[in-house]
Write a protein that binds this ligand. Structure first.
Ligand SMILES: *Cc1c(COP(=O)(O)O)cnc(C)c1O
Length: 367
């Protein structure tokens, strides 16, 4: 038997949201995917490129880099692609941290962070979220030591939903030593309302230690193709390219992402639809007394604590596959209007059977 690294044995494996078997009539609300199939122009681009897959992809993805750079008012030198932005996060971690180095992030947040940090041989420093599912920025700042090489901020946060206010984000970055990297993971940025600028990119312009990660998997609905990117100071970006998985972004992913950027109006319409659905669901839940974190994403979070697994069964009975974090809560993707109806029906059943962990007004949390 080969000697596997002992630090990996203790690490829980990444769990994919359950994939429904095809005979069930269910809504898969466990992976924050778009309920929409790809736009017709995206399908056409993929189909046209299918005839060329005997060739390696263009490693630099230069047409896509130009389009992404233009979108953000940056240069292609700022853009580094990954096989999904989970690879971008991995590139950043491996570019700055190794054995003996610490990576600070809020917890609970994106499940991949601890896996990628430990995978890089570095030490994870998780910092608990506040009661209302927000980043505790002063605690994160206090967790930074001489060993800290990177702070990861997930805004809006997966799985709880709130975003860090741009002014607080700016104050936080300004208060961090400039030799510590700050990775701002904006996977759900499209769903965030009330912004007049892209908060991560605005900070990157002023602070070369800021790196921003975006993905085509969520709002663009291209999760199955695997393409995301980091935006970074060109010197930092050059190092990210050195640790990138060669050819991770396939030709099909490149042309699809390019076509999706070109169809911005149709995409915005879809995002508006999801946000409207989110508003409808959260308003109805609030009217029924539920006090949930403020979601700026395409999902909502029920912090059901010890009631989580029982509540998961209730959602399943309503035909909903959701993401359960035992002992903590349930994350439920906002998707089709029919799924929203089922979410509201399941929540009403939770309320009626007392599976609420004190989350509804007038109730008290379990001791
Ligand atoms: C989904 C997600 C990502 C990236 O997903 P990819 O499919 O790898 O692009 C990154 N960060 C967070 C917080 C996410 O939820």
């Amino acid at each position: 038997m080969i000697r596997l690294r002992p630090d990996l044995a203790a690490l829980p494996a990444y769990k994919q949201g359950r994939i429904p078997d095809t005979t069930e009539r269910v809504f898969k609300l466990s992976s924050n995917e778009s309920p929409h199939g790809p736009l017709p122009s995206v399908v056409d681009a993929i189909a046209a490129a299918a005839a060329e897959v005997n060739r390696y992809p263009e490693a630099a993805a230069s047409a896509l880099a130009d389009a992404v750079a233009q979108r953000h008012g940056l240069t292609p030198e700022h853009v580094v692609f990954g096989g999904g932005s989970v690879e971008s996060v991995s590139q950043v971690i491996r570019a700055v941290a190794g054995p003996g180095d610490e990576v600070v992030y809020a917890w609970r947040s994106f499940e991949a962070y601890p896996l990628l940090v430990v995978g890089a041989g570095a030490t994870p420093v998780p910092v608990p979220l506040t009661e209302d599912g927000r980043h505790d920025l002063s605690a994160l700042r206090a967790a930074i030591t001489d060993r800290t090489r990177l702070v990861i901020l997930c805004t809006p946060n997966n799985p709880t939903g709130p975003a860090i206010a741009p002014s607080e984000l700016a104050d936080f970055v300004a208060s961090i030593p400039d030799d510590v990297a700050v990775l701002i993971d904006e996977a759900y940025l499209h769903f965030q309302r009330g912004l007049d600028a892209d908060p991560g990119v605005a900070l990157l312009r002023r602070h070369p230690n800021v790196i921003v990660a975006h993905t085509f998997s969520k709002a663009h609905g291209l999760a199955g193709l695997r393409v995301g990117y980091a935006l970074a100071d060109p010197q930092v970006a050059e190092t990210l390219r050195k640790v990138a998985m060669p050819f991770a972004v396939t030709t099909l992913a490149q042309v699809a992402a390019l076509a999706s950027l070109a169809a911005q109006d149709e995409l915005d319409e879809r995002v508006r639809g999801i946000v409207a659905e989110r508003t409808r669901v959260t308003d109805a839940l609030a009217a029924d007394g539920w006090r949930l974190p403020d979601s700026q994403t395409n999902f909502i979070w029920f912090g059901l604590g010890e009631d989580t697994l029982a509540a998961n069964e209730v959602f399943a009975r309503h035909g909903l596959i959701v993401r359960a974090f035992p002992g903590e809560g349930l994350r439920v993707t906002i998707a089709e209007p029919e799924a929203s109806e089922a979410i509201l029906a399941a929540a009403a059943e939770l309320a009626a059977s007392g599976l609420t962990n004190g989350l509804r007004a007038g109730e008290r949390a379990q001791a």
